[in-house]
Design a protein around this ligand. Structure first.
Ligand code: HDE
Length: 694
């Protein structure tokens, strides 16, 4: 009987472009017999073919050579930027609100569902670097639309370091590890980065975002995404509008503290990746609303004085509100990291009718780069045939041959016009769905120069800073102080302080004080209009989906209360973890609870809130004190019911501080107050008390 053919060993099927599914009988490890790549069954894969048991290995051992050769070539070059990433499959559902501005059906048609693959990433670190480093996050979405693939390759910050793509190698060379020793990994806290950005003031606005809490998101679930550039949308009547794309996380925007981010980089370098995969597996999808800011398509591409072609500028949401046009739900983990997450190839030039690019010089350079980079990374021009990159729309191109060609093309005439193959395939008209570039007059004198409007580098940086709450501003001051303190060159610090003085005098003074340097005076903008939408602090408690609540218990604790808490937490889509002095199972009467985290194997970064169960009074453990002290210092929710309060007092926690919830039992008022505290993300009112005591 011929061996059963396994799907993962066959050529990709065009009908299943997103690749493998995870049903049992398709697993690679379920075939009948181990074979070579040629299908020859093998009797032994542990011993190479040798002359005797101690003799040299024989050249004729085709299995050894094939196994080792393949292994030697398992790696492909990592992405030159955004090498570290994690991804998920999902669906985008349009709500019909975009119909007036675009003819792209996947955005315009109410209720239309489009499969997507989304990859999140950090920018500077290598593939194996930590998730929680201070960095920009990539937010790249591939929409497998019926009209072809559309890729929205965005970031979690709405502006960029450079205005012209020709400088991209400069900013990246400056941010990457130093070329002599290849350190530091995945960070901007070093001389070359600050050397470049202090000399290159157009980076100032983006640097402010990178030094803010946005640079250290709590989860991919709780960060915004932005298309950054201005796009041009075209509706069914041919009318155009300029738009900016926004992803708004349904779970709210929330970040780590810098200390947590640093701890997580050591305790769990896979912090974000694990959170994405675990949540999806637990049935708690990641959700984001897609929104657009719509501006008129004017000749000068400006809106209220803001140059829409300048990627260092935003349009404040108070000026142009974000119109929600659909929802993204990420609900399926990849089956194979390499096949999907590593091989997915995003390209800003993957556009569908109804969506056009603009003349933003940063975007224009990207249109070249994303196709080009795959030739090295994926080894040739046929990477669109890799299952994760295959469109769902029918593909009928005349592209032929090349490295790793998977298709067995039939016919004789891969050229047009032809008569040999009946003149097929034919080009389409606009009415038949062709991507027809909107006719637009383009003229200008050939020159290497920016428009004058690009030279304002400070006013929006000041607007960003002054729009934030005091605690968010304090975090920015601390971030600048940390990063500049890591530089060796005094001249770089001084130059950067001079730039900060041109943003905000108080910002400059406080960073200078932290560095022990005099604060230079500058020319900071006056009377800045603020944009409250830029602050991450929620106006009230939001959802707690996917958040992690730890409950500390020990032998003799109120385990039925723990059970009640678990049910209440899970009903909110959050996760409960039982924490105890040792692993194993806790028992009391007929109740029992499996310990999910022994104190020795956990740290505060794993929890959004910690609760102490009744019946634990007297529990003293150094690790527990550290856990509670960190939770308190990071302004996270802390709660206790019954005599659990005593454990808090014994650990020196001020039980009257904001964000500390006490109760007699696990009753509704207790859980409601706890969930509200988690839904507020942090008890920032505690921050001053924390600062004062340190
Ligand atoms: Fe990228 N960028 N980029 N970039 N970028 C890449 O493409 C590039 C820029 C972004 O998860 C590369 O396939 C240039 C802005 C994301 O696979 C490369 C310029 C924004 C990802 C590349 C920019 C981004 C990339 C590396 C200046 C936010 C990860 C591997 C002109 C709007 C996509 C690859 C993924 C990846 C070039 C600027 C976002 C080399 C030349 C601005 C999210 O092609």
């Amino acid at each position: 009987m011929p061996p059963r053919r396994k799907r993962d060993q066959s050529a990709p099927e065009p009908a299943s472009p997103t690749g493998a599914t995870s049903t049992e009988d398709q697993r690679a490890q379920t075939g009948d017999y181990l074979t070579t790549a040629q299908g020859v069954r093998l009797p032994d894969t542990d011993h190479s073919l040798k002359a005797g048991t101690r003799g040299p290995t024989l050249m004729e051992d085709f299995h050894l050579r094939e196994k080792i050769t393949h292994f030697d070539h398992e790696r492909i070059p990592e992405r030159v930027v955004h090498a570290r990433g994690a991804a998920a499959h999902g669906v985008f559902t349009a709500n019909g609100n975009a119909a007036s501005v675009t003819k792209a059906a996947f955005l315009a048609e109410k209720g239309r569902e489009t499969p997507v693959f989304t990859r999140f990433s950090t920018v500077l670190g290598s593939r194996g670097s930590a998730d929680t480093v201070r960095d920009v996050r990539g937010f790249a979405v591939k929409f497998y639309t019926a009209e072809g693939n559309f890729d929205l390759v965005g970031n979690n910050m709405p502006v960029f370091f450079i205005q012209d793509g020709i400088k991209f190698p400069d900013i990246i060379h400056a941010g990457k590890p130093h070329p002599d020793r290849e350190i530091p990994q995945a960070q901007t806290a070093h001389d070359t980065f600050w050397d470049f950005v202090s000399l290159h003031t157009e980076a100032t606005h983006h640097v402010m975002w990178a030094m803010s809490d946005r640079g250290i998101p709590r989860s991919y679930r709780t960060m915004e995404g932005f298309g950054v550039h201005t796009f041009r949308l075209v509706n069914a009547d041919g009318a155009t509008a300029l738009v900016k794309f926004h992803w708004k996380p349904v779970a709210g925007i929330h970040s780590l503290t810098w200390e947590e981010a640093q701890l997580a980089a050591g305790m769990d370098p896979d912090f974000h990746r694990r959170d994405l995969a675990d949540s999806i597996e637990a049935g708690a999808p990641f959700e984001y609303d897609l929104g657009i800011q719509v501006m008129s398509d004017t000749e000068d591409h400006t809106f209220e004085g803001i140059d829409l072609l300048d990627p260092t500028k935003i349009v404040p949401e108070e000026l142009v509100p974000v119109r929600v046009i659909g929802r993204l739900t990420l609900n399926r983990n990849p089956t194979n990291f390499f096949a999907e997450t590593e091989q997915v190839a995003f390209h800003t030039g993957n556009l569908v009718p109804g969506i056009e690019v603009t003349d933003d010089p940063l975007m224009q350079a990207r249109l070249f780069s994303y196709l080009d980079t795959q030739l090295t990374r994926l080894g040739g021009p046929n990477f669109t045939q890799i299952p994760i990159n295959c469109p769902h729309a029918a593909v009928n191109d005349n592209l032929r041959d090349g490295m790793h060609q998977m298709a067995v093309h039939q016919g004789l005439a891969p050229y047009l016009p032809n008569s040999v193959d009946g003149g097929s395939p034919q080009v389409a008209t606009e009415g038949e769905g062709a991507y027809v570039h909107l006719p637009r007059r383009v003229e200008g004198r050939k020159q290497r120069a920016n428009p004058v409007s690009f030279s304002d580098h400070f006013s929006q940086a000041a607007m960003f800073y002054r729009s934030l709450s005091p605690v968010e501003r304090m975090h920015i001051i601390q971030a600048f102080t940390f990063e500049l303190a890591k530089c060796y060159e005094q001249a770089i610090r001084e130059r950067m302080l001079a730039n900060l003085a041109n943003i905000d005098a108080e910002l400059c003074e406080r960073v200078a004080a932290g560095l022990g340097l005099p604060a230079p005076s500058g020319n900071a903008p006056q009377d800045t209009v603020v944009s409250p939408a830029l602050s991450q602090i929620p106006p009230g408690p939001g959802p707690i989906t996917g958040r992690v609540i730890g409950v500390v218990a020990a032998d003799g604790a109120d385990l039925s209360g723990v059970g009640k808490l678990r049910r209440a937490v899970e009903a909110k889509g959050a996760i409960l973890r039982v924490v105890a002095p040792t692993g194993g199972v806790l028992k009391k009467g007929r109740s029992q609870q499996t310990v999910e985290r022994a104190l020795l194997a956990t740290r505060s970064i794993e929890y959004d809130a910690i609760v102490i169960a009744d019946g634990t009074a007297g529990l003293t453990d150094m690790k527990l004190s550290v856990l509670l002290e960190e939770m308190f210092r990071h302004c996270k929710a802390i709660a206790a019911w019954g005599d659990g309060e005593q454990v808090l007092r014994d650990a020196g926690i001020d039980v009257t501080a904001p964000g500390v919830v006490l109760g007699e039992s696990v009753a509704r008022p207790f859980t409601a107050a706890l969930f509200d505290a988690v839904g507020l993300h942090r008890a920032w009112d505690r921050a001053e008390q924390v600062m004062a005591s340190h």
